[in-house]
Design a protein around this ligand. Structure first.
Ligand code: ADP
Ligand code: ZN
Ligand code: ZN
Length: 725
């Protein structure tokens, strides 16, 4: 039998199947093959009886195992075609890195066994200085031993080794699968489902979908998901549940552990290689039937797949913006189709494109308009920061917010202060009149580029000088108005010396432990105020938080993304949803320089419907997605001239293509906003065209692009990118 094998090397030159001789193994099998001077791992993607090569020269493949099933392989084909990806890059998404070595790994775990003759003896050795060690040894004696990772999770990562050193326990290697965060289960609540929940569950279980659950924050979507998963389990079917990485909180994981025990495999980025492999292996063998994780969990090896859930479906993390680039929702749609599984998307603030699909009937819309709690969402109080500025207030806090913080602290309730921050982007604004620098051609906000001190439009490349005074009102204090989280914490400490304040942002997120710990500490009310960025916006359920303050509620509006209004609306809603989730009424105060902007107007009442109506009109008028497909062809090279000539050639070919297929909405060529990143010069061709036109010319565009990939120039295609760095 001739096996067509993709070898585990990611270069354009070997991006095709090679012929090998081998037994008749299933497609998707892993084999070991000689390749040049090396022995490599490969994947069988096809089989045939004959070869066009000289059969005496065709080499032998050694069968290892069969980790990929047919549906998954079809998914690989779908992705390579749709996104112009190398097959091996997609295959690598499907298997844990341990399987890229020939020997399938046996994982061992360290078990801590008590070795003193009694607990008392151990306690006397430990002494009284470390409460953690005392608690840990009691725990270990209680269970006659426990895994090291569990003890580390519960009593601090240094505790296990300290106990070993003191000679009260010894390490033992055992072959057992690591079940991450097993200790983390919280008490499962049994709840009586609300009518809205019952309806949602019923619709999902009796119809085909795909479904969009549009449910306000706190409407009990998670309970709906879990009930549907339960139903799948009873039919012996598996589920993939995707959440943004950021909402994989201890709470969320604990909830799923408590409800589903070992039936759930957790696949988050904090796992080490062995844990990841073990979870993957449990799924593949059917020992666990639920994969819970961020976007990469869409590739989980579940053979009898019944359900795919994408929670917070609007979240940007579902789009992979580096190689391999793909859109998780599209991949999920395809996987659901291949496996005849149901697809459920859920959000309080659906993506504009998704909601449009619900409106035109592509998705079945399920609405959950009310909170479960009897304390309903309350109107957001908007504070006009221009007014504050004119009144002489130069701090990031309004009088109203300070007043409410005081009241909340006095009631012994908690406060969250949210600062709008998005990665690299920065904008220029006048604090006196609210003027914002915009592109005169594209009507999107300009980004301030520190390295060359200019304002740039990310959509057409036009550059502008930074004005030295406001063109509208003449104010000279025009600046990029960003306040840092540290500064906010400092000011809060000054104002509220009695309060304990925690901070959570990219800088404090040094490890998954510190991130978990800050959230846990806040949940356990070890602090009164939590200050943070986007990272505190999602998914968390803190019952004692009754005040949420949003600083710079409009900041994301100034980022030069065509969907800036959408992300701003989403963020405000998500953050505001953190207040008053349990048995107390919550309050939200939003500070903004644009109190009358339509985003503020609709966000204030959580009025998604009207926001959508407005936004979809804006998109239509400006011809941005979903009315067009936005394509960026990104060219980068170490030598500037290589990139320049390539981008020019690609542009010419695209223009030629356009002349044969009819006009596109926009085609332009320029340097990328970040003209040099990681020592590579960057250029781009930007195309906007009607979605149906895109389907027509997609392969032609990929053909053009592939023609210009060399070892000196890399060329990538991005579909509907929002982050045009
Ligand atoms: P969402 O995901 O829609 O924001 P959650 O699923 O987190 O909402 O639910 C919000 C809160 O309401 C949670 O604390 C959850 O435990 C609780 N909850 C959900 N359904 C019910 C119910 N039927 N009865 C009582 N409490 C519920
Ligand atoms: Zn001004
Ligand atoms: Zn422009």
């Amino acid at each position: 039998m001739i096996l067509k094998v993709i070898v585990d090397l990611s270069t354009n030159a070997v991006d095709r199947a090679f012929d090998y001789l081998g037994e008749d193994v299933p497609i998707g099998s892993r084999v070991s093959v000689p390749f040049g001077k090396n022995q490599l791992i490969g994947f069988v993607v096809d089989k045939s009886e004959t070869t066009t090569y000289d059969i005496t020269k065709v080499k032998q493949a050694k069968y290892l195992d069969s980790p990929i099933d047919n549906d998954q392989l079809s998914l690989v084909r779908f992705m390579t075609e749709r996104y112009n990806l190398r097959t091996i890059d997609v295959l690598r998404l499907l298997i844990p890195s341990k399987l890229r070595k020939e020997k399938a790994p046996q994982s061992t775990r360290i078990f801590l066994k008590p070795i003193t003759s009694s607990l008392d003896e151990a306690l006397s050795v430990i002494g009284t200085r470390s409460q953690k060690q005392i608690d840990a040894i009691k725990y270990i004696w209680d269970r006659n031993g426990e895994f090291k990772t569990t003890i580390g999770e519960l009593f601090g990562s240094a505790t296990p080794d300290a106990l070993v050193k003191k000679g009260v326990v010894e390490k033992d290697n055992v072959h057992e699968r690591a079940i991450p965060l097993k200790s983390l289960s919280v008490k499962d609540k049994t709840v009586t489902l609300t009518d809205a929940q019952k309806d949602a569950i019923n619709t999902i279980l009796t119809q085909d979908g795909p479904f969009l659950i549009h449910g306000v924050t706190g409407s009990g979507k998670t309970e709906v998901y879990m009930n549907c998963i339960d139903k799948m389990l009873s039919e012996n079917k598996g589920t993939i549940m995707l959440v943004p990485e950021i909402s994989l909180t201890p709470q969320m994981l604990g909830l799923f552990r408590a409800r589903f025990g070992d039936q759930v495999s957790i696949l988050h980025s904090g796992l080490n290689e062995s844990e990841r492999y073990d979870e993957w292996e449990r799924l593949r063998k059917g020992e666990s039937k639920i994969a819970l994780g961020p976007r990469s969990a869409i590739f989980a090896p579940i053979s009898n797949l019944g359900l795919i859930i994408i929670d917070e479906e609007h979240d940007g993390s579902y789009i992979s913006e580096s190689n391999p680039r793909y859109d998780t929702k599209e991949v999920a749609t395809e996987r659901a189709k291949l496996s005849k599984a149901k697809l459920v998307l859920g959000s309080a603030t659906p993506n504009i494109d998704t909601y449009q699909k619900a409106k035109d009937g592509t998705y079945t819309l399920i609405t959950m308009p009310d909170r479960v709690s009897k304390y309903k969402l309350q109107e957001i109080e908007i504070v006009d920061m221009l007014y504050e500025f004119r009144g002489g207030n130069r701090t990031p806090f309004s009088g109203r917010l300070l007043e409410e913080i005081r009241k909340t602290l006095d009631k012994n309730e908690q406060v969250m202060i949210f600062l709008n921050r998005r990665g690299f982007a920065s904008y220029i604004r006048c604090p006196s009149c609210g003027w914002i620098a915009k592109c005169s051609d594209c009507d999107v906000s300009l980004s301030y580029h520190k390295e060359d001190k200019v304002l740039k439009c990310h959509y057409c490349g036009k550059q502008y000088k930074v004005p030295d005074k406001c063109p509208k009102c003449g104010n000279i204090y025009i600046k990029n108005g960003r306040v840092g989280t540290e500064q906010v914490v400092e000011l809060l400490e000054k104002n509220f010396p009695d309060a304990k304040i925690l901070r959570l942002d990219m800088d404090t997120k040094t490890s998954k432990d510190s991130y978990f710990k800050i959230l846990e500490d806040f949940k356990n009310e070890k602090a009164n105020i939590l200050v943070g960025t986007q990272m505190i916006a999602k998914g968390h359920d803190f019952p004692n938080v009754t005040l949420v303050g949003i600083l710079e509620g409009d900041a994301a509006l100034f980022f030069s993304e065509y969907n800036a209004s959408e992300t701003t609306f989403q963020l405000i809603t998500q953050v505001a949803g953190r207040a008053g989730r349990a048995e107390k009424q919550g309050k939200v105060i939003m500070q903004t320089y644009l109190p009358t902007h339509y985003v503020m107007k609709f966000a204030k009442n959580y009025d998604y419907e009207h926001f959508f109506d407005h936004e979809i009109n804006v998109r239509h008028e400006s011809m941005f997605p979903p009315f067009t497909k936005l394509i960026r062809i990104l060219v980068s090279s170490y030598e500037e001239k290589d990139g320049t000539s390539t981008v020019k050639n690609i542009y010419k070919k695209i223009k030629a293509l356009e002349s044969t297929t009819g006009p596109y909405v926009y085609v332009g060529m320029n340097r990328s906003p970040y003209k040099r990143l990681q020592s590579q010069y960057r250029f781009q061709v930007i195309i906007r065209l009607l979605p149906e036109k895109f389907e027509e010319v997609r392969d032609e565009i990929y053909k053009i692009v592939n023609e210009y990939k060399t070892n000196k120039v890399s060329v990538f295609v991005e579909l509907n990118p929002t982050d045009l760095r």
